[in-house]
Design a binder for this molecule. Sequence first.
Ligand code: CS2
Length: 475
Amino acid sequence: MRLNSASVASTEATVFPYDRSNILPGIVHLGVGAFHRAHQAVYIDQLLSTDPSWGIIGASLRRADAADALNPQDGLYTLAVKDTAGAKYRIVGSLLSVIDASGNREPLLERMTDPAIRIVSLTITEKGYCLDPATGTLDRRHRDIVADLAAPHEPRSAIGIIVEALSRRRQSGTMPFTVLSCDNLPDNGQVTKNAVVELANLRDKALGNWISANVTFPGTMVDRIVPATTEEDRQVISRITGLEDAAPVMTEPFTQWVVVDDFSAGRPALETVGVQIVNNVEPFEKMKLRMLNGSHSTLAYLGYLKGHETVADAIADPQLETLIHEMMTNEIIPTLDMPDGTDLLAYRDSLIERFRNRALKHRTWQIAMDGSQKLPQRLLNTIRDRLAAGKSFDHLAAGVAGWMRYVTGTDLSGNPIDVRDPLAEPLKEIGRKHKGDFVGLVRSYVQIEAIFGRDLCRNQEFIKGITAALKAHFA
Ligand code: CS2
């Protein structure tokens, strides 16, 4: 039997504790992938019994699969929380439906102009923002942005969709929604604001000014490890709950959401369900991106190349464990400036424990994706700080060297790697050209300004460090 509003009564799993017929939509969420369903949607699920006005309407922008899987289930899905001690299953009810906007944006735009919608949140991954990764500003030459300027009422990019929806709200005299980025970008609120205002300005200065003055973009730090769901997970979860679920998600017990309190159109009482509401999210964001994501990417590239399929396998490799431990302790922590009371050594230890979670099959290949978009905030900015302080960065350099070796597109035995990255082709081309020549490889890669900026390509200390790491790990 398929999971849906009628069948849910028969499951053994824990079920959302409210009457769904009372729930009203208050949030539109762009990008209803596994991360959103295991993070924000779960926090909202926990508060709907006290405030039913914040139901979520999801939207998928690129593919129809989320809508196809979730709508026949009335938006319901199973959340499986797993660690080595066991698993807990819960049916989440906060996602009311999913708009398939992959072909036609109009139904989504109409929903976004509904005054009941007071928050538009996003998990569209780094590349979804159409930024220059090195500077974090809108890439005006991005083909989706070019298309959005040519046809602003039929936007392609998420940024274009937000601008168009805000423009319609302005025209109809409807108060704007808050734009809530939940992606792993440094300064995600401000970066999203800059991109939205810049695109709006290119359309119409008055619109840009209005957005700038009236729309808020709270910064957030989001954290929960959520591997992609596999067919096997789907089968196991359906068997356990007794209901066939085409869109379950699997995650770890840990979850964290830190949000700046800046919602112009009101917000749910997030603090009642464990969200940390702060005035300044920047230190938390930096801590998480550098410590967790920086380690994750390093484990992904070096781990993949050493033949480790999952993060748990990679961290069980004593050499990699030592590298990650030392990288965090000696090279990352000294670059962080945290509010009093933050114990960074305890944070480090908890991250290593989370990486060890064998119940999650988090593939190194999955994390290795889109490295060109991730490297600056995860590793390169930390290296910049180390260089400026005249300090060593050997372990961080190993992560960058791992990325360079990985994106050549051939593994250490000469087999092809399925590199998924917006820059995959040029990256592999450079790899082919400089096969076996580490010096040439580094010199060519660092010229990619979108990743390395204008500074690192000229920094001899940096180039020397990365070349030495490539030799040390791969010669
Ligand atoms: C991972 C993140 O796929 C990746 O790049 O590093 O998705 C990571 O699992 C989350 O940021 C954890 O909060």
